[in-house]
Design a protein around this ligand. Structure first.
Ligand code: XMP
Length: 503
């Protein structure tokens, strides 16, 4: 694997993304956690940073400890840091550069630059510039304003580049990273099939002959994790599906049928009466989330207690959930989903076979496991389900109204081949009644808002430009077929400042 040491740059994740696109396995670690035991590590990339190497708060690492042991590539700050630590100069000069620049190769024979055009566009983003290289560092490429745009340390497989090869606008950046990966000697080792094979082996080794329990939601991550666990340990795995009554119309049944077809034995617990009962009278969005979260844990725990031999909790945690990223304050932030403290309380160990994968890799693994496309490409759906899409108080009647409207909308998205065009879509029932007219009758009924967004990671999102004719048809169908609704709106808010969900 390749290790990417994160010095806090906004593009660290992007470096990882590019390496994965090159079928290369990589892990991102905070700058202060570069391992000294380099067994299995074939190369190290040092990321950029918001700091200057001279800043008091600057993140530093002992690069000398790893230099010469394996190929190293410093990007921007990473390149400056090695210069700074070896007696060269980095200055905040008037050559600060943001944006496109033309890279001119100086040493065309350098293997990092193999196959690159003699002149091409690279993306710069730096305030500081390397103004003097230490002894033994030799320049291999320049731009009109930055003489030392790329260097190599003589006699070592250590390089530094001032530009950002990971950024899309660096025309031949991927080729440069590809060259680096080749120099590390691990090119193209990652594939869904090899991942499945190696994770089955490691799950077996980890779990042994002990029992695993797992909560399934129908979501992509937990489903793929469960299928993988099932391949590895068969009936040592027990899956539990808690039906909170807040799924889409017919979805709980569909999910269970899918699991059954995949050979996963899944215990269904119908707890909708409990959830809806506990939600009665609760209007505040956060309070509703708390009720749903608490009920989920109670129901799951009660069910899990019927399997006292279970020692492990399986989870569909993926890389973005666990990634340790650092922010400008230097704190390591770790966000880790788990079932609300449940593993600790029940003394369960965690088995998380997907924890090093990005979402699209999870999807590739799912397809390689022959899971159905509709499961793999299912839109994200919030854990609290329609409980946070019926705004305000949730009642069984309102859930039923929303389920019908949502089904018309979702079916129509599929019919018009728009489902895969958007990141996620759903209907929201507003706690607003308005006046309408049907036949000769005055009506006073609810409003349904339609939401559809495009996004790559749900951190930001834009409202999807769905065709007017499509929206017209959905609106007609909803108003004509769903009793209790006389008005349909389309949400044209982006995130930020709005969020994808309304509550
Ligand atoms: P927001 O509304 O914050 O949503 O823009 C971002 C993404 O997260 C999903 N979401 C949730 N998922 N439990 C979940 O598992 C939740 O409580 C929850 N709230 C929001 C949302 O659907 C979107 O994909």
């Amino acid at each position: 694997k390749i290790i990417i040491a994160d010095f806090g740059s906004q593009t660290t994740q992007l470096i990882g993304r590019r390496l994965r696109d090159l079928n290369t396995y990589c892990e991102i670690v905070p700058y202060n956690k570069i391992p000294t035991d380099l067994t299995g590590v074939r190369g190290i990339i040092l990321s950029g940073s918001p700091y200057s190497v001279y800043a008091e708060e600057a993140f530093t690492a002992d690069i000398a400890a790893i230099r010469g042991r394996l190929p190293i590539l410093g990007i921007c700050y990473g390149a400056q840091l090695m210069v700074h630590q070896n007696g060269g100069s980095v200055e905040n000069s008037n050559t600060r550069e943001y944006g496109a620049s033309t890279l001119q190769l100086v040493d065309k024979g350098d293997p990092l630059l193999a196959g690159l055009s003699p002149q091409h566009t690279v993306w710069m983003s730096h305030g500081d510039t390397i103004t003097r290289l230490p002894e033994g560092f030799k320049v291999i490429a320049s731009t009109p304003s930055v003489q030392y745009a790329a260097y190599r340390i003589a006699g070592e497989e250590t390089w530094g580049v001032q530009f950002h090869p990971e950024i899309h606008h660096s025309e031949e950046g991927t080729k440069l990273l590809d060259n680096f990966v080749t120099l590390c000697g691990i090119k193209g080792e990652w594939s869904s099939e090899s991942f499945i094979e190696s994770s089955i082996a490691s799950i077996k080794a980890q779990v042994g002959d002990e029992q695993v329990i797992m909560a399934l939601s129908g979501g992509v991550d937990s489903s793929v994790a469960a299928v993988l666990l099932h391949r590895a340990i068969g009936n040592q795995l027990t899956c539990i599906f808690v039906d909170h009554g807040l799924m889409r119309l017919g979805e709980a049944e569909q999910i269970l049928a899918d699991y059954k077809a995949l050979g996963l034995g899944c215990i269904k617990v119908d707890a909708s009466a409990k959830f809806l009962g506990d939600l009665a009278g609760v209007r505040d969005p956060e309070a509703k989330r708390k009720v749903i979260g608490r009920d989920f844990i109670e129901v799951f725990e009660a069910e899990a207690k019927k399997l006292p031999q279970a020692r492990w909790l399986g989870q569909g945690t993926i890389y973005p959930d666990i990634i340790e990223s650092i922010n400008i304050t230097g704190k390591v932030i770790k966000s880790h989903h788990n079932v609300g403290g449940l593993p600790e309380r029940m003394h369960l160990k965690l088995v998380e076979p997907l924890k090093h994968l990005f979402k699209d890799e999870v999807r590739r693994v799912g397809l390689a496991l022959s899971m159905p496309r509709h499961m793999i490409f299912r839109h994200p759906f919030p854990g609290p389900g329609l409980g946070i899409r019926v705004l305000g108080e949730v009642t069984p009647e309102k859930v039923a109204i929303l389920q019908q409207a949502d089904k018309i909308y979702t079916d129509m998205l599929r019919k018009y081949n728009l489902y895969d065009e958007v990141w996620q879509a759903g209907a929201i029932l507003l706690p607003v009644q308005s006046v309408g007219v049907m036949g000769d009758e005055r009506t006073y009924e609810y409003t349904v808002a339609l939401r559809a967004v495009t996004s790559v990671d749900a951190m930001s999102a834009d409202w999807a430009r769905l065709p007017y004719d499509f929206l017209a048809e959905v609106s007609n169908e909803v108003i004509n077929k769903v009793r209790g609704v006389n008005r349909v709106c389309y949400d044209v808010s982006s995130k930020p400042p709005a969020t994808i969900e309304w509550e």
